[in-house]
Ligand binder design. Structure first.
Ligand code: HEM
Length: 529
């Protein structure tokens, strides 16, 4: 007859989390009151400490475990909560069955985390670096994460290059210093990086905080309808605060004066009630349009210019709520491109495909197998399955329900919107051709260069010269100057002069891929959705 609710304690602790210090009593983890936080047990005035002082051992036992692994990339960041509101369901519904986009005025609770990429969790916010722009939508039909950057493209289009590239952005294995030679060695030998490198070394590389930048999905995804038909889609979030960048001189000064500049700006802007907002747009290409599009739609180094593919507004979002506890709500947040909802799917972009694995994998390492039970990650819609046990199974572990597919107590199966054998059929090797650098890879660097004002061009040259000029190896400087000269002769000459390297010529298309690859592959597969 005697029964109690096991969740009583957890619910009580959660309630206490919102109380102020004077409202709560000082206790051990077990809830036993203690006289004073500084009191410990020792023999006499000068004697040794006692092992029986379980308060002291608990204090250190917990302190010793305070740090969890930082994110392997994007370690320094700031975040907040808010909502996304649909403004153009008519448009979205033409292409996708995503519930979160289906009704004008529908608001979905979101958490957003902005970050720099290469630095450690204590590094300066105003480093020259891309910025992460990760969004978590708690939709009525499951979690949807949109893990974006503040740039429309990326440095690479072959997933296997990512760890190499990141190593060249982090520290030299011997000196433990940031190393400009290895940074530029990578870029000079992987010319498909050039457009992203040029954006990075313009003043776009040092945005004035997180609220003055746009976000791009970068990758091409797919919008899918109930009948199984789909289109390619890219998402773009435009800052309502406008784009503001810092000059290299200001960014450098701020890094010293206030390494947490962007974190502080975000927190204080929200605290003051000036909720920062972004307008969200979609760009759509049908599979047929993609066939004849000027760039390979699976190529992450190519932007879809708004002249090439028009953008249409689908919604807006605002950040209205600072975290009450940074660690609980931002550090423990786990964003992953693999968190998808009906109507949203990956394209065959090989970098995206690799990311689908990498994020959940790192979350299991960084936060543990049950990371989805952490409140910030937990869906606001029901989730039920056969994933059980593991460290920190704190949400009831799915109770007494069978932990296997049972005939005695069968789980409900929802009929999928479609099972369509022809939904995705892939043949052929378009993807393998991506790695080869050809003339088309200079298209965006040239478009970007032509779009800059005289002042922005001057800043760009000075930013590159300041950085590349410190590379010790002449051969690396020379290779890089040749790439800039291939974009624009005057640009190459200015940088060559600045970094004291001759201007030489490169020819594209190169006769072989940038990496030594003799494998080509053809896949034919049918995916059931
Ligand atoms: C963070 C892997 C490319 C955006 C991360 C993390 C990993 C990772 C392991 C740490 C996640 C965590 O600890 O929670 C990769 C791999 C890539 C790749 C393997 C390519 C093969 C990209 C691209 C974008 C991007 C192309 C943007 C379009 C982000 C963002 C974060 C992140 C925004 C920070 C998420 C947060 O705030 O928690 N990435 N990444 N990544 N990545 Fe990537």
């Amino acid at each position: 007859g005697y029964k109690f609710d096991l969740n009583t304690g957890a619910n009580l602790q959660r309630q206490l989390a919102s109380k102020s210090a004077p409202e709560v009593e000082f206790t051990t983890e077990g809830g036993t009151p203690q006289s004073h936080p500084y009191v410990y047990q020792k023999i006499g005035d000068d004697g040794p400490l006692l092992l029986q002082d379980t308060y002291l051992t608990e204090l250190f036992g917990h302190f010793d475990r305070e740090r969890i692994p930082e994110r392997v990339v994007h370690a320094k960041g700031a975040g907040a909560h808010g909502y996304f509101e649909v403004t153009n369901a008519e448009f979205a519904k033409k292409y996708t069955m995503m519930d979160v986009l289906s009704e004008n005025g529908l608001r979905t609770p979101i958490t957003v985390r902005f970050s720099t990429v290469g630095g450690e969790s204590g590094s300066a916010d105003e480093a020259r670096d891309p910025r992460g722009f990760a969004m978590k939508f708690r939709t009525r039909k499951g979690i949807w994460d949109l893990v974006m950057n503040n740039t429309p493209v990326f440095f690479l289009r072959d997933a296997t290059k990512f760890p190499h590239f990141i190593h060249t952005q982090k520290r030299n294995p011997q000196t433990h210093l940031k190393d400009k030679d290895i940074t530029w060695d990578y870029w000079a030998s992987n010319p498909e990086s050039l457009y992203q490198v040029m954006r990075l070394f313009s003043d776009l590389g040092t945005p004035d905080g997180f609220i003055h930048m746009h976000g791009w999905s970068g990758h091409t995804y797919r919008w899918i309808k109930k009948d199984g038909t789909w289109v390619y889609v890219r998402i773009y979030a435009e800052s309502m605060q406008g784009v503001k960048n810092l000059t290299n001189a200001d960014a450098t000064r701020i890094q010293g004066e206030n390494p947490d500049y962007a974190t502080q700006q975000l927190y204080e802007t929200i605290e003051s009630g000036n909720y920062p907002g972004w307008t969200v747009y979609a760009q759509v290409l049908s599979p047929e349009q993609a066939q004849s599009f000027k760039y390979n739609v699976l190529d992450l180094t190519k932007e879809w210019g708004f002249d090439d593919v028009p953008k249409t507004e689908i919604g807006k979002f605002y950040l209205t709520q600072n975290p009450a506890n940074y660690f609980a709500e931002i550090e423990q947040a786990a964003f992953s491109p693999a968190r998808m909802v009906d109507g949203w799917g990956p394209s065959n972009d090989p970098v995206l495909q690799a990311r689908l694995f990498s994020y959940s994998d790192t979350h299991r390492y960084r936060l543990g197998a049950n990371y989805m039970q952490i409140p910030v990650n937990c869906p606001f819609s029901p989730s039920a399955n056969f994933e059980r046990d593991g460290a920190m199974a704190v949400n009831g572990n799915q109770g007494s329900r069978p932990n296997y597919l049972s005939t005695l107590s069968p789980i409900k199966l929802v009929k999928r919107p479609y099972v369509d054998e022809t939904h995705q059929q892939w043949t052929g090797g378009a993807v393998s051709a991506l790695s080869r650098v050809t003339e088309v890879d200079f298209d965006w660097p040239r478009r970007f260069w032509a779009s800059l004002s005289a002042g922005d061009k001057a800043n760009f040259i000075s930013n590159v010269v300041g950085h590349l000029g410190a590379v010790k190896t002449l051969e690396i400087r020379t290779r890089m100057v040749a790439l800039f000269a291939h974009v624009d002769a005057e640009l190459g000459a200015a940088i060559g002069k600045g970094v004291k390297a001759p201007v030489t010529k490169v020819a594209f298309p190169t006769d072989k891929p940038t990496w030594d690859n003799t494998t080509t592959w053809v896949t034919t597969s049918t995916l059931e959705y």
